[in-house]
Design a binder for this molecule. Structure first.
Ligand SMILES: [Zn+2]
Length: 465
């Protein structure tokens, strides 16, 4: 029987993992980490399928909610082939190594909590270590670039389309023969909006019988990229002109490179007042190197820039802080610094000491450029808390706080409708990777615009193909 079973990202946005059983093959699409909503403990549960029976693991892109449990999969006996784009493989390498370091710290807290509940048997060691991550990269990898077909068996072939979400991101088209007729099932992975600042746009999908589509922003459209860029530039310029400092909590992949490209342009156009820019995140620095390494995946403007002027993420006022000492030295800069640091939601990392050092001064400005989950310091600052706790100290928030919404790496509602409107003969549509209330709104919109009945799949519910 040909079927798909979701083991994550079903009525939720994390832990993406779908098992496809097709003509005798077992294919896993992504093996992501559960974050936030379920708590980290869910990652420690055993997989609900036979790990050693999986023939192929296909990775759509390098975000942790799509790759974060891959080392656990290998640790638990996965012995198949991993398929990804070259850029995704390299992003996965830096992300999983970083993840292993974080897991080591988190394990202590999780273990304490489990002990208190009398549940210590569940969590006896970190989810995985750096050594397990190494093992992932010793497995057989099959690199597949966009729009090239790869046969998995006589009757099953896959092709990646460019998903325009982050560097190397792909949607997966699986073509197979079903009793002499040709069929196609597609997994969108995460797809990008139509307007991307630095990446090539999303490829058109022209045919599919069945589509599993992400629905993170199924309920809304983003503010336009143009407006968001304008807002960003104005905020930076105004803060620097009053001799303040700009603090940007940023995600290592994609958002940091977008900000660097924007600042590079501002400098080239003479729009950027005199300042020093600090990229203070080892992870973002590594990711930026990867972005510069693959100009072919960047949009035409950046590709041209790379050919004519070199690295699009490098400019005169940019300083890269490699060590902790260099990071701390930034605190000595009194004015006109732009500090880009992680974590993007301010729940750890070097951004913490910058906030502690700068939040109390009304001359400064914190610019949030990505979503802030409930329960993070970033969310508290956005919500207008008068005081926040950093390293056990109460810090008064006097700095200007700005949130810029239009930089999302996810498609908005209209982008997804437009993408689906090009698909010939689409019969079955399943919504994954979204929150249930948002999916319901998306379902109605799909019915109105495309006259299709989209289904919201449940965790571990079998979908027959
Ligand atoms: Zn993603």
């Amino acid at each position: 029987m040909n079927r798909v079973t979701p083991y994550g990202a079903a009525q939720s946005v994390t832990g993406s993992c779908h098992l496809v059983e097709l003509l005798g093959l077992k294919i896993l699409i992504d093996c992501g980490m559960f974050q936030g909503e379920f708590g980290l403990e869910k990652n420690y549960d055993d997989f609900e399928f036979d790990v050693n029976e999986i023939d192929y693991l296909i990775i759509t892109h390098g975000h942790l909610d799509h790759i974060g449990r891959v080392p656990k999969l290998v640790k638990d006996g996965f012995n198949g082939v991993i398929i990804a784009t070259q850029a995704t493989k390299e992003i996965a390498n830096i992300m999983l190594n970083d993840s292993a370091k974080i897991l080591k710290e988190e394990y202590k807290t999780l273990r304490r909590k489990a002990k208190r509940r009398g549940d210590e048997k569940r969590i006896t060691e970190p989810l995985y270590t750096i050594d397990h991550v190494k093992e992932v990269f010793l497995k057989e990898w099959q690199i597949l670039e966009y729009r090239k077909e790869l046969n998995l068996s006589k009757d099953v072939a896959i092709t990646f389309g460019d998903a325009g979400h982050i560097l190397g991101s792909a949607f997966v088209m699986i073509d197979y023969k079903d009793k002499e007729s040709k069929k196609r099932v597609v997994f969108s992975g995460d797809i990008g909006s139509k307007e991307r600042m630095i990446l090539d746009p999303l490829d058109t999908l022209s045919s599919a019988d069945t589509l599993f589509i992400e629905s993170t922003y199924g309920d809304r459209n983003h503010r336009s990229l143009k407006e968001s860029i304008k807002e960003f530039k104005e905020t930076v310029i105004n803060t620097l002109k009053r001799d303040g400092n700009v603090i940007i909590p940023s995600f290592a992949i994609e958002r940091t490179q977008e900000i660097l490209w924007l600042l590079n342009n501002m400098q080239a156009d003479g729009e950027l007042p005199k300042c020093q820019v600090f990229l203070d995140s080892p992870l973002a620095t590594k990711a930026t190197r990867l972005y510069a390494k693959y100009p072919v995946h960047l949009n035409e403007e950046l590709e041209l820039h790379a050919q004519e002027n070199g690295n699009p993420f490098k400019f005169a006022s940019l300083n890269i802080s490699a060590t902790k000492q260099e990071s701390l030295l930034i605190n000595k800069v009194k004015s006109r610094a732009i500090i880009i640091a992680g974590s993007g939601m301010c729940h750890g990392g070097r951004i913490m000491h910058h906030l502690k050092h700068r939040l109390w001064n009304e001359k400064n400005c914190v610019i949030f450029v990505g979503f802030q989950v409930e329960g993070t310091l970033g969310r508290e600052i956005i919500n207008g808390y008068e005081y926040v706790k950093i390293y056990g100290e109460d810090i008064i928030v006097k700095a200007q706080v700005e949130t810029i919404n239009g930089f999302s790496a996810h498609a908005g509602q209209n982008d997804m409708i437009e993408w689906m409107s090009n698909i010939r003969d689409l019969k079955n549509l399943y919504l994954i990777h979204g929150e249930k209330d948002k999916m319901k709104i998306f379902t109605q919109k799909i019915k109105e615009e495309l006259d299709l009945d989209a289904k919201i799949v449940k965790y571990a519910e079998i979908v027959e193909l």
